[in-house]
Write a protein that binds this ligand. Structure first.
Ligand code: FBP
Length: 265
């Protein structure tokens, strides 16, 4: 790890559970249809106060409006770049706020997407450089949403692609690499190995059953991953706190998915 960067503002016992809530920008209101209460950022800030959650990732506007009322109960991951689903070009992401401004708002960490393999990878890596170095100056841990995608990539969840994504995070100076789940423990082990000291966490993905979700998180932890960043699998549930109770057991107590699920039913 970078000798001067302490990830503890958004970790618990070295583990991570970031609640991601930038979907209103990335996917649009469609993601809130299943559970209409999830449209209201206040509801999600309340969910983020659960003991299992080590940080809440939001875009600038949501942080400006809501974070001041929740700064005692929620750790803020300032998701610096993001693009709407209305954009139809090669994968790219606008930088919507600076590290300086995020620090002013009280951010505990920054989040940044890199689309390796996109025709815009070079520009995105240069923007990441600027954000990463500014984050170092503010002692803010850096979480990279490392998502290879673009014209040349047919399957962005193959083991070697995910391993490359994790390695890119190390090479470019992230502290935490958020990668898509490659579908197996072995795939995750490769990613963890490639990332060296960078903490590798799983990206939640679209909603699946409690059991399936917990089993993938268990595989990530068994593979040496440090947790996850999850959005839809939490806020698209009627009772997200129940799954968070189970996730707390799997991530922080390293319980098996089955046991954790049984204990929380
Ligand atoms: P999910 O757990 O809902 O997949 O959220 C994680 C996340 O990275 C969000 O931060 C982001 O809005 C979304 O996934 C982007 O997903 P994609 O670009 O793959 O559609």
């Amino acid at each position: 790890m970078h000798p001067t960067v302490d990830t503890s503002p958004i970790t618990r016992d070295g583990k991570v559970l970031i609640l991601a809530y930038d979907h209103g920008l990335e996917h649009g209101p469609v993601d809130f249809e299943a559970v209409p209460e999830s449209r209201d950022p206040e509801r999600v800030f309340e969910i983020a106060a659960h003991d299992a959650v080590t940080g809440l990732a939001v875009q600038k506007g949501v942080a400006e409006y809501y974070y001041p009322s929740y700064s005692d109960t929620v750790n803020l991951v300032a998701k610096l770049n993001g693009t709407s689903n209305l954009w139809m070009g090669e994968p790219d992401s606008a930088v919507n706020w600076t590290v300086e401004y995020a620090a002013e708002l009280g951010a505990d960490a920054i989040g940044f997407t890199l689309y390796g393999g996109s025709n815009y990878e070079v520009e995105m890596a240069e923007e990441f450089r600027e954000a990463q170095e500014a984050a170092r100056n503010h002692d803010l841990p850096v979480v990279m949403w490392s998502y290879p995608r673009g014209q040349g990539l047919k399957n962005d969840k193959k083991d070697d692609v995910i391993a490359y994504a994790a390695r890119q995070a190390l090479e470019l100076g992230a502290d935490i690499a958020k990668v898509k789940y490659p579908g197996s423990r072995a795939g995750m082990e490769l990613a963890v190995e490639m990332a060296g000291p960078v903490k590798v966490i799983m990206s939640g993905g679209s909603k699946v059953s409690d059991q399936r979700f917990l089993e993938s998180v268990e595989a990530v932890i068994d593979a040496g991953g440090k947790g996850l960043a999850v959005g839809r699998n939490i806020f698209q549930r009627e009772n997200p706190e129940v799954l968070l109770d189970a996730l707390e057991r799997v991530i922080f107590e390293e319980e098996a998915a089955e046991t954790a699920l049984a204990a929380t039913q």
